[in-house]
Design a protein. Structure first.
Length: 378
């Protein structure tokens, strides 16, 4: 009999987090299950810092709100946790403390709302005997085994709105406008917003770009009297034979997602201005994509994911990720989500072994983009 469940969030926020919390809590209450939220994700789990979530007060009126009422942990891997000992930074496996806390709190199932790295830790907890159910969160849409993650639709909408605005100023001043968007090693936000926003060029991490091809596209447009262009660049895009743009390395490279990406848009903008003679400006959209109210689509998806996750818990189906496949709610084993990144506590997030969902070249979206003449830099 399921009595108490816990929720934790790890990683960057994504629109729809509160909607998931609300749906889990509501479904739990209808089945006489108590719901708890760990404050600031894995940090709350480690320090046993949690609050009771109820339908009546705490989770009331949060459906449309951005962020998360229980916070989130960033770059926190309790299997490889940063601690200061004698003035020195060391990394330790503190997962046993978390397991003990869950046992003391009598939490029968832990819901882990997060992306690739979070679900890796969730899988690692399942191997330590904890019942876990993951919910795929990230604006990047790069979690394996699911069609879509919550937060992605809102991020695409924000990027599309930015492109619409850049379009009019580009046209007015005969400029090239570059928009750098998030997505780390996956170009989903770039590709979908480029299609929705009518961009001329979309540069993805999956296709190392050839600047000659991009210049060619812009010159073709000039020949037909279009003296402006709109270019979307993934933060993880890089030129053929070149490197990804890293803004900063965090925690000496030992943390979870240890590199901060950024700068790809500026690089593309500078090169385009030099080679086309058109004034070129870059806008980095950044955290605008993550914050704020979720779209209706994300509210619905998050609610479906949250209710399904609780349903799975009631059925006793643990150590799975709640997913959407061909439009239908389902679940897959966390082992499948983790892919080849089997080692407990291994650093995750874009490692070679991780099972991150990137865009395949036979994806319909790639074909659509090519069919309508969007230059993908190849
Ligand atoms: O994973 C979501 C994401 O928004 C990425 O697209 C981006 O690279 C990253 O988070 C930036 O996160 P932060 O600076 O908060 O670590």
């Amino acid at each position: 009999m399921l009595k108490r469940v816990g929720i934790l969030i790890n990683g960057g926020d994504a629109p729809g987090l509160n909607a998931v919390i609300r749906a889990i809590t509501r479904t739990a209450e209808r089945n006489n299950v108590e719901c708890y939220g760990f404050i600031d994700g894995f940090n709350g789990l480690l320090n046993n810092n949690y609050i009771r979530l109820d339908k009546q007060i705490v989770t009331s009126g949060i459906l449309h709100k951005g962020g998360a009422i229980i916070g989130s942990s960033l770059n926190a891997n309790v299997f490889n946790y940063k601690v200061i000992e004698n003035g020195e930074v060391v990394y330790k496996d503190l997962s046993e403390q978390c397991v003990q806390n869950l046992k003391d709190d009598q939490i029968d199932c832990l819901f882990t709302l997060g992306g690739d790295s979070t679900q890796k830790s969730a899988r690692d907890f399942s191997l330590r005997g904890i019942n876990v159910i993951g919910v795929p969160k990230t604006i990047d849409n790069d979690v394996a085994c699911t069609d879509v993650t919550f937060g992605f639709n809102t991020a695409v909408s924000v990027a599309t709105e930015a492109l619409d605005r850049l379009h009019t100023t580009a046209e007015t001043h005969n400029r090239i406008m570059v928009l750098e968007v998030m997505g780390r090693y996956a170009g989903w936000i770039t590709l979908e917003s480029a299609i929705a926003g009518g961009a001329d060029v979309a540069l993805l991490p999956e296709i190392p770009y050839d600047m000659d091809k991009v210049v060619e596209k812009i010159k073709e447009r000039q020949k037909i009297g279009k003296n402006f262009s709109v270019v979307v660049v993934s933060e993880g895009a890089f030129p053929k034979g070149g490197n990804i743009s890293i803004k900063d390395t965090r925690e000496g490279g030992k943390g979870v997602i240890n590199v901060q990406l950024g700068g790809s848009g500026d690089i593309v903008a500078k090169e385009l201005e030099k080679r086309t003679g058109l004034v070129t400006r870059n806008t980095t959209l950044g955290y605008m994509q993550r914050g704020g109210t979720p779209s209706a689509t994300d509210r619905i998806l998050s609610t479906r994911y949250g209710a399904k996750a609780m349903e799975l818990a009631l059925e006793g189906k643990f150590n799975v990720l709640t997913v959407l496949r061909n439009g239908k709610l389902d679940c897959v084993s966390l082992e499948d989500v983790v892919g080849n990144n089997k080692e407990i506590g291994a650093v995750e997030g874009g490692t070679k072994e991780s099972n991150m969902k990137t865009i395949k070249m036979d994806d319909d979206l790639i074909k659509t983009a090519r069919n309508i003449g969007i230059c993908l830099g190849d």
